[in-house]
Design a protein around this ligand. Structure first.
Ligand code: SD4
Length: 323
């Protein structure tokens, strides 16, 4: 390599590779904090109550988010997550989930069938395999091997509704703002460890095989313990195209508050999409000091907050006035 090439290459690397301002790579800063957990939608309250029991007893945030969202996954009356979730257009309930801890370890499952608690399978992928993500039959085989029970997730109500949908749908997959309510949950433990979990049955009557943003690290969920955490809900295709949760965390890294970070990314999504008529996306964010934020495109998104001072609250998120 001649001198000119060397200078060109080193200039490229010095501008393209930016070491994060806070902390070195692989150096996960923690400091004592007041524990806090936030989770998306009404069902976030149920999740938070279970998560809070763990956090208040001095437990770890990864256990808190896992146990919290499991409550929602296991409830057949919650139609957008786990057991009793809306099926795809072929009548199969397929689940997506991921989990991430303060050391940036993560696990994920997608297009998983017949298992009630995909979040716990995702955690096992994180802790007991060399991989981050397992999908479909492979994920199910792994879950069964780890002792998860095979369970029919299609309730009678879901089957009846799917049957009437088939009569009118012309087999068209519709995605609208009403038929998907993922649970994303972010927690900070008293030891200053962030964790996040995200789990969903995806959009109702989606194409068989469709996977959304929720099991994708960086889209449905992302965290960096030196900065903060974020989770997404809403139309997964749009969140995927914008690497939504990673962008919220990067905005916080660059100095935005969790609220401003959520707003920045929603505004970017609005710029990327000509019409927002049928489009809902929302983010929640939590920084490493316990500050929170939430923002969505359309009115109606809410989230649950639990901490020592305020107990358990259900709060409406701010939303963009552009629609
Ligand atoms: C998906 N993002 O599969 C999920 C659905 C969802 O609130 O978030 N609903 O596209």
């Amino acid at each position: 390599m001649n001198r000119r090439d060397f200078i060109k290459r080193s200039t490229f690397f010095s501008s393209a590779y930016v070491i994060p301002k806070s902390g070195n790579l692989g150096d996960f800063e923690t400091s004592n904090s007041d524990p806090v957990v936030i989770s998306t939608w009404d069902h976030g309250l149920k999740a938070n109550k279970a998560a809070w029991e763990i956090l208040a007893a001095g437990g770890d945030s990864i256990d808190a988010v896992e146990q919290g969202v499991r409550v929602v996954e296991s409830d057949p009356n919650i139609r957008t997550v786990g057991m009793g979730g809306y099926p795809d257009r072929d009548g199969t309930v397929t689940l997506d989930a991921c989990i991430m801890n303060y050391e940036s370890n993560c696990g994920s499952v997608a297009f998983l069938t017949d298992i009630v608690n995909p979040i716990s399978v995702a955690r096992k992928v994180m802790e007991e395999t060399p991989h981050v993500m397992l999908v479909g039959q492979g994920a199910k085989k792994f879950a069964l091997k780890k002792g998860f029970k095979e369970t029919n997730l299609l309730t009678d109500l879901s089957r009846e509704e799917w049957n009437s949908w088939k009569d009118s749908s012309k087999y068209e997959s519709i995605i609208n703002i009403e038929n998907h309510d993922t649970i994303g949950s972010l927690a900070l433990s008293g030891e200053g460890r962030l964790a996040g979990a995200c789990t969903t049955s995806g959009s109702a009557y989606k194409m068989h095989g469709r996977v959304g943003d929720s099991p994708i690290i960086g889209a449905g969920l992302f965290l960096d313990n030196n900065v903060g955490a974020a989770a997404a809900t809403g139309l997964g295709e749009v969140v995927l195209k914008s690497s939504g949760s990673a962008m919220v965390v990067e905005a916080m890294r660059n100095g935005a508050t969790p609220q401003d970070a959520c707003e920045n990314v929603i505004l970017r999504i609005l710029k990327m999409n000509k019409t927002v008529e049928n489009l809902q996306v929302g983010f929640i964010a939590l920084d490493k000091r316990g500050n929170i934020g939430a923002f969505s495109i359309k009115k109606g998104f809410n989230y649950a907050l639990s901490n020592q001072k305020e107990g358990h609250l259900l709060l409406p998120a701010k939303y963009s006035e552009k629609c």
